[in-house]
Design a binder for this molecule. Structure first.
Ligand code: FPP
Length: 256
């Protein structure tokens, strides 16, 4: 086990026991999630897309809490992709403001629940207020002993790979790294996920069957669970179903 198992110290919510049909010994260590379908969820209800994102935050809080309680070591979510800037500016601005207000509001709870938060992606173009809060939340939870919660923000898998290649090239040019010694481990050490094991399970909501530039390197051997449920409706039952599906697979990592 790479991640320490933690008894939650959260006193703001009830502890959620692991559903009986799940095998505690065969839980994924790391779950990655593409939280898709906020817009469609809102549209179905005749509401603006932004309400879908607000509802998506509640589904994320529930998922993080459950993963923490059910012994998952790391949860990595796709909050904002490098391609999401092409959405209407009102929606982009709404999302930035939402991230900031949620972080501000939830930081105390995240600390209580021993969550270690990290942000993955190119954070430079984010609004200054959000960047400051990200810095504060990462620093103030850096010694947390619980679940690793990675929020991919202005993240793109291809961009991450190019960035890693650039970093390795720079080290080689400076004479710090012999190019012939670059192997998979050295390469992975330059990714945002350097301190994580690769995800065992990828969950994508809203029925889309794509990876969409998410964790291209890290998902090489992940089991993929796709559900038609729209992200704001994701809850304990749908997470348990994804985990049951995962536990029904025989992972072969290319072997027989
Ligand atoms: C995809 O649904 C969802 C997003 C691009 C945003 C996800 C963000 C959250 C759930 C909030 C996370 C908050 C924090 C603080 C990390 P979509 O808009 O693409 O839905 P659609 O495909 O139905 O249009």
């Amino acid at each position: 086990m790479t991640y320490p198992s933690v008894i939650t110290t959260d006193n703001s919510r009830k502890v959620s026991p692991l559903p009986k049909d799940l095998d505690r010994l065969r839980m994924p260590e790391h779950i990655a999630v593409i939280m898709d379908g906020n817009g469609r969820w809102a549209k179905e209800k005749g509401l603006p897309r932004t309400i879908g994102h607000t509802a998506g935050v509640e589904a994320l809080k529930t998922t993080l809490h459950l993963c923490s309680n059910w012994g998952i070591g790391a949860l990595t979510v796709y909050a904002f992709s490098t391609e999401n800037w092409s959405r209407p500016s009102e929606e982009v601005n709404f999302l930035m403001t939402l991230f900031e207000s949620v972080l501000k509001r939830e930081l105390t709870n995240l600390k209580l629940e021993e969550v270690k938060i990290n942000f993955m992606g190119d954070l430079d173009p984010l609004p200054i207020g959000l960047k400051d809060l990200i810095k504060e939340s990462v620093e103030s939870t850096s010694n947390s002993k619980g679940i690793h919660f990675n929020v991919c923000t202005n993240y793109g898998g291809r961009r991450e790979l190019v960035r890693a290649a650039q970093k390795l090239a720079e080290r080689s040019v400076k004479g710090e790294l012999d190019p012939s010694l670059i192997d998979e481990n050295v390469f992975a050490s330059e990714l945002f996920t350097a301190s994580e094991v690769d995800p065992d399970l990828l969950i994508r909501t809203s029925g889309e069957k794509r990876i969409s530039n998410f964790l291209l390197w890290q998902l090489a051997y992940a089991e993929i669970h796709i559900t038609d449920v729209l992200w704001p409706d994701f809850n304990a039952d749908t997470l348990a179903k994804a985990l049951l599906d995962y536990q029904s697979r025989r992972r072969r990592f290319g072997g027989v």
